[in-house]
Ligand binder design. Structure first.
Ligand SMILES: Cc1cc2nc3c(=O)[nH]c(=O)nc-3n(C[C@H](O)[C@H](O)[C@H](O)COP(=O)(O)O)c2cc1C
Length: 335
């Protein structure tokens, strides 16, 4: 079944009349209604590049930021270089991708040069995504990233396909709390925790991270998945199991953000299957203060940031909202 496309902001307005519209009418065009402050980070737009989708280079990050992204999240970096799994590492499925890259990365000492270089050209916050095999490793990585100039760190405690890191940490309340607490004692920049949907209650783990001192949460990483080839009779990914991303996971991610917003007070960054301004608005209404975009870049190209930010802005104006913060969590309000 093809994925539904609802991207054209001109054709889809006016939206049906929402209860709040009656009282407001269209708002003033002149203001920057898209800026948000998230865990102390100032973003000109509530859209961010999700971790791992584009390489490591400062130039790539710069072009994504110029296209409208309000912040950049790097690929997840570990202490030592890692080559990742052999191909095939990404398979296209209906409405999404299943990947098991195996966290290929050059190691933090090498990557720190790229963080320094990126900071000389980027005018948006740079968030270093890190993964480790112990709380000490996460803390060491966070320190190195911040010393190189990262404006914040995102703890990848949710990768579904590498043993002894990622979701093996994020699925355990004890390991998660210890990791967040340790990182918070080492760095004075915002610590964002990226959560796994592959758990019984993502909201409970969000609460654990918040109580341990996390400044914000990203929900979600990929959903554990696999693909089997009927012709060969074999799993298609070399690692057999990987993570599903793209439009196929959007309703799961949306429910995760909604549940977390009900239970936890710190900001949530929505991620999973966002390809249009309408998707972004749905995440904001569910309780996300900003959104990350990954697979849509592979589907639609980097211009997806400008079309989403433009569409969100038009939505806000047409529905009479002063700025984007006014719609965060609005779907929770009883009408
Ligand atoms: C090819 C690929 C590589 C990824 N690498 C990482 C990574 O290194 N670290 C991480 O935290 N998430 C990684 N992710 C997960 C994305 O950041 C994101 O959480 C997920 O894909 C859902 O968002 P999307 O549907 O917009 O892609 C990766 C996803 C894909 C498709």
């Amino acid at each position: 079944m093809p994925c539904k496309e609802e991207d054209n902001v001109q054709e889809t307005f006016p939206l049906r009349l929402y209860p709040w519209q009656k009282a407001r009418g269209p708002s003033d065009l002149s203001q920057n209604r898209l800026s948000v402050t998230l865990a102390g980070l100032k973003l000109a737009s509530p859209t961010m590049l999700a971790s791992g989708i584009l390489g490591y280079s400062a130039e790539t990050f710069e072009s994504i930021a110029e296209g409208g992204a309000g912040a950049i999240v790097t690929k997840s970096i570990g202490l030592k270089p890692r080559s990742g799994y052999v191909n095939p590492t990404v398979v296209q499925v209906s409405c999404g991708l299943v990947n098991a890259m195996g966290l290929p990365n050059p190691g933090m000492d090498e990557f720190a040069h790229e963080i320094r270089r990126a900071k000389t050209v980027l005018r948006v916050p740079l968030i270093a995504s890190i993964y480790g095999y112990s709380e000490e490793e996460y803390a060491q990585l966070a320190k190195k990233a911040v010393m190189a100039g990262a404006d914040a760190v995102e703890l990848n405690v949710s990768c579904p396909h590498v043993k002894q890191t990622g979701s093996e940490i994020g699925q355990s309340s004890e390991l998660l709390a210890a990791t967040v607490k340790k990182v918070k004692t080492i760095v004075d920049k915002p610590v964002i925790v990226k959560l796994s949907p592959n758990v019984t209650s993502i909201a409970d783990l969000a609460e654990v991270a918040a109580k341990a001192g996390a400044d914000a949460l990203t929900a979600i990483n990929t959903v554990k998945a696999m693909v089997i080839n009927a012709e060969t009779g074999m799993p298609m990914l070399s690692n057999r199991v990987g993570g599903l991303s793209g439009p196929a996971v959007k309703p799961i991610a949306l429910r995760c953000v909604y549940d977390i917003f009900e239970q936890v007070k710190i900001p949530v960054i929505g991620c999973g299957g966002i390809t249009s301004w309408r998707d972004a608005v749905e995440f904001l209404l569910a309780g996300a203060s900003a959104v990350q975009i990954g697979t849509a870049i592979a589907m639609k190209g980097p211009n997806v940031f400008s079309s989403i930010t433009r569409g969100v802005s038009v939505y806000l104006r047409k529905n009479g909202f002063k700025d984007v913060n006014e719609i965060v969590g609005l779907s929770h309000h009883r009408q």
